[in-house]
Write a protein that binds this ligand. Structure first.
Ligand code: PEP
Length: 245
């Protein structure tokens, strides 16, 4: 039985005051039947972990370095993120692939480093609009999974079509179903039974109004949520929709 996961991605948003949203989420959803994770800026990790200590809410990061330590000014290792209270780390988000030129090979190296340190990587893949219009979405996803995933199947995959992130444009249910079935087949081909527990998340303008229908799509095990994870009032109904599945 695969665990369902509602994951938030705060991106580069939030200072200490925003942590009140985490406690508000715990109040609004005191006992969900799915896993819930919020991936925060590194500066908030430790305070967030303290704020939710002893509760179900997991704390995650948004990137890590592939090396365990060393001369990498400004970077943060997986062990440091764990030390700050993170259990998960988003890797290969399209914003990092675009802003920092991250390649599949780098994402794979980071995922291996995160696993070696004891964290669960959330590896993001997704096609651009021009790739979809050229009917290349399935091939792009296959290439990204092949190049970005580590050999050890203890990870989460997030399918986030680049054109749907932060745009208000949501992939159709048929598009989501096609890509998720494709990803599940590819994971089974590569990892066999070990790949079965891997949760497949959809990401791209998920909100309270569309969450339930997306969660009902076969092979969708949850969501990676950007904008609608910043406020408990927006994220709690998404958690509730997944919990109700
Ligand atoms: C994201 O940042 O991963 C994301 C899916 O953003 P949004 O929900 O705002 O589209």
């Amino acid at each position: 039985m695969r665990r369902k996961l509602a994951a938030g991605n705060w991106k580069m948003n939030g200072t200490g005051d925003a942590l009140a949203e985490l406690t508000a989420l715990l109040t609004a959803q005191p006992d969900p039947s799915c896993d819930v994770l919020v991936c925060l800026p590194a500066t908030l990790l430790h305070r967030a972990a303290e704020a939710v200590r002893g509760r179900y809410l997991k704390i995650g990061a948004q990137d890590c370095h592939a090396a365990a330590s060393g001369a990498h000014t400004g970077d943060i290792s997986a062990a440091m993120l764990i030390d700050a209270g993170a259990s998960h780390v988003i890797l290969g988000h399209s914003e990092r692939r675009a802003d920092h030129g991250e390649t599949d090979a780098q994402v794979r190296a980071k995922a291996g480093a995160a696993q070696a340190a004891g964290m669960t990587p959330i590896v993001c893949v997704g096609e651009t609009l021009s790739q979809r219009e050229a009917a290349r979405a399935l091939d792009v996803i296959a290439e990204q999974l092949s190049g970005s995933l580590p050999d050890d199947a203890r990870f989460v995959v997030a399918y986030e079509p680049v054109w749907a992130i932060g745009t208000g444009k949501v992939a159709t249910l048929d598009q989501i179903a096609e890509i998720h079935a494709h990803m599940r087949r590819l994971l089974t081909a590569r990892y066999g039974d070990a790949g079965q527990p891997v949760p497949l998340l959809y990401g791209g303008s998920v909100k309270a109004a569309n969450a339930a229908e997306i969660f009902a799509v076969p092979d969708v095990d949850g969501a990676l949520v950007g904008g609608a994870s910043l406020k408990a009032a927006d994220f709690a109904p998404i958690v509730a929709a997944l919990s109700a599945q």
